[in-house]
Design a protein around this ligand. Sequence first.
Ligand code: LMR
Length: 400
Amino acid sequence: MTNPLSAIQAMPPDPLLGIMAAFRADDRANKVDLGVGIYKDDDGRTPIMAAVREAEKRLAVSGDTKAYEGPRGNLAFCETVQGFLYGASGGPADGAASFMTTPGGCGALGVGAAFLRRLAPERKLWISDPTWPNHVHIAKSAGLNIARYPYVADSQGLPDFDRVEDDLRQAEAGDSIIIQGPCHNPSGVDLTLEQWSRLATLCQSRGLLPFVDIAYHGFGASLDEDLVGVRTFLASVESALVSYSCSKNFGLYRERTGCVAVQAPESEAADAAVSHLADLGRASYSMPPAHGAAIVAEIRQDEALYASWVEELDGMRGRLNRLRSAFADALTERTGDGRHGAIARQAGMFSLLPVQPDAAERLAADHAVYMPKSGRINIAGLHERTIDRVADAVAPFLTA
Ligand code: LMR
């Protein structure tokens, strides 16, 4: 009898997780990891933030159960994300929003994608090109039809929105579209406020359902400024899905701390949609993890902890921006090409280097510098000490 598993072929490693494994296995002392999007400090560590550590201590004392919380997870955490998303207004002016805790931003995207499939299986999900590769992976796993819209910088270094609009003219009513919030992954090129408004008009006029993905809140300009575009957008569309990740801004990568929100014209519709998300979660992970969400809620409810978190996050962003400027200068010096100055003006953890196809492989083999094939670099993986060496290694691979 044939074994049912005998013909199974191993999956190729995930492009980003594969780099993480290769980097860990490299024993050269001068190795540099510009791969997976994890914040690193000056010592190359991904620290537990001080506010997180303190909140964990308090929770260890005050916690008295590990029983399930329920399908929507931690409601104080959901309110925290609601406050981030809508600011002082607390919610949509005309309509309602409903929230649910999820296992990370990926969990939010996963149940969201499954919901889109349940809602309109024949419709398409539009995803920017380029994007975070897992967007496509999640959409495919949910069985969605995928379409792409171009997301490239114009000569000013801003998103070329005419091209976005041109392509989205082919989108049909009922299609949905993933739009990244601040700090676009992989380009670091963010929509301007005016472009957010144009996008809202486009979604409304064509009957598209936006799915806003926020994974780097606080890494762009500041906690408040980063969401001005998203808030303007949400104020101008009737319905939307939103995913929110606390992996990066709270440093809670392994705790899987995220949230999904649905905005709708009436609270009944928002709640009904979230009941579907909870139902889909139930069939997958059953109920959301509690620990990370409890940490975020604890920090939000304590003035001193919140201030400490904001200050540490500001410091992380400051470090990224210093590295951005230094690396932009180093590449410009070596190539004489002013285009690389744009790296200093981009936002968040990532920038996309215009590299030759074989660059990633050769940089890893010859220089112990790790990055994905796309040429996306995690700026946090740089260091003042390594910038010159990395710039020397990378410069010959940059395309004109
Ligand atoms: C990244 O893009 O590197 C991060 O969002 C981590 C991940 O899960 O891929």
